[in-house]
Design a protein around this ligand. Structure first.
Ligand SMILES: Cc1cc2nc3c(=O)[nH]c(=O)nc-3n(C[C@H](O)[C@H](O)[C@H](O)COP(=O)(O)O)c2cc1C
Length: 367
């Protein structure tokens, strides 16, 4: 019903407007236990699905299933329990910046085809103090919280370590893990932070901050999907050297030919493509497999890029991912997506006689 009736109606709305309505609806539903419960039933038609075989662990933190809402869906931290009720085990909030930033002029988020998005939001964020206030509501809640740390546009690159550290310090008490996002295509110069020396300084500053606050929490670095293998290897070297937990592969793709498939006008438009595009999915899965082959014993991988059903989820797990993130398919496939994927993975495990999700990690990576 979602794809036949609801999605065509929603596709008429401006994409960002739709997104904000969806987030605020979940936020409202959180206000009473009954409406929160109804969210799950209405969205998926089933009781929230849970199964012990789906359990996974990231940096020592247990997740009841591998599905996390990726950064960008809830930048404010307002709908965490609503998303949990839809079947996700966690939400990566953000990217969160030190202070409020409006981002690029609107419109800046588009569905270029059903299930495929292009956006150039440009790191819009309400700022870390607002996010801290919102997250305070979830103390003791079962949802796992990741914090994606970004950096305000006007911060000189030499100050990037402290710009990241200050967010880690402010949100330390709310986070189950942190992610450093230096891979957004939508902030001029940001991807320069992929450079080895700068990345090293940022990681060091965030690690030192966590130690000062009470101890290191799991820390991930998110990479851009179009990086060459040599550049990925440079990042892996820094990551291992600083004992970070792992890599999130990957962010949206700023690849002109990929965008031009949806109309020539998108070719020269700066911005990142995400969602149900075969080339994008393949590009991100190949990055996951490469990282697993190179550093699978030392680094944990969160796979993200074009996941929309149990098959595409299993593709990333078998390439080496220990957990998965989803953003665009919440719109493309609808609110039942997490329940369907979790159920589908368990069905697959039963069919194949697999006892736990972790037995599937990396089996197709060719390690
Ligand atoms: C509208 C939108 C906003 C996003 N904002 C962020 C962000 O702030 N930080 C970040 O690390 N990734 C951001 N992303 C990237 C996603 O987290 C994810 O890496 C990407 O969309 C691929 O996953 P998907 O194919 O499931 O959408 C954003 C993606 C979209 C579509």
């Amino acid at each position: 019903m979602y794809k036949e009736i609801i999605r065509p109606l929603l596709d008429r709305l401006d994409s960002e407007t739709f997104h904000n309505i969806a987030r605020e609806s979940l936020h409202l539903a959180e206000l009473t236990p009954l409406t929160l419960k109804l969210v799950g039933l209405f969205a998926d038609g089933h009781k929230r699905f849970a199964d012990k075989r789906l359990r996974t662990v990231l940096g020592g933190v247990e997740f009841e299933n591998p599905l996390i809402v990726g950064a960008g869906w809830d930048k404010h931290g307002r709908a965490l329990m609503g998303l949990w009720q839809l079947g996700f085990a966690g939400v990566e909030v953000g990217s969160v910046l030190e202070y409020r930033q409006p981002g690029n002029p609107k419109p800046r988020q588009f569905m270029v085809s059903p299930g495929v998005a292009v956006n150039w939001l440009g790191f819009n964020s309400p700022g870390m103090d607002v996010v801290a206030k919102n997250l305070g509501r979830y103390e003791g809640a079962p949802v796992r919280v990741g914090i994606s740390i970004g950096m305000n546009r006007d911060v000189p690159h030499d100050d990037s370590p402290e710009a990241h550290a200050v967010v880690a310090r402010r949100l330390y008490g709310y986070a189950d893990y942190f992610a450093i996002n230096v891979s957004s295509p939508n902030t001029p110069g940001l991807r320069m932070l992929h450079e080895k020396g700068r990345k090293r300084d940022i990681i060091r500053a965030v690690n030192e901050t966590m130690e000062g606050e009470g101890g290191r929490k799991p820390l991930f670095v998110k990479i851009a999907p179009e990086l060459g293998l040599k550049e990925v290897d440079d990042i892996l070297e820094v990551a291992v050297e600083h004992s970070i937990t792992g890599i999130i592969a990957a962010n949206t793709a700023d690849v002109p030919e990929m965008k031009a498939k949806y109309g020539e006008k998108w070719r020269g438009q700066p911005g990142g493509l995400s969602g149900d595009d075969e080339d994008y999915r393949k590009m991100t899965t190949e990055k996951v497999a490469h990282i697993y082959r190179q550093a699978g014993d030392e680094l944990e991988i969160i796979g993200v890029g074009g996941i929309k059903d149990a098959d595409t989820a299993l593709e990333k797990i078998k390439a080496g991912a220990r957990a998965l993130q989803i953003v665009t398919a919440i719109r493309g496939e609808g609110t039942a997506v997490a329940g369907k994927i979790n159920r589908g993975i368990v069905e697959y495990m039963e069919r194949e006689g697999v006892r736990s999700l972790t037995d599937l990690i990396g089996v197709d990576a060719g390690k």
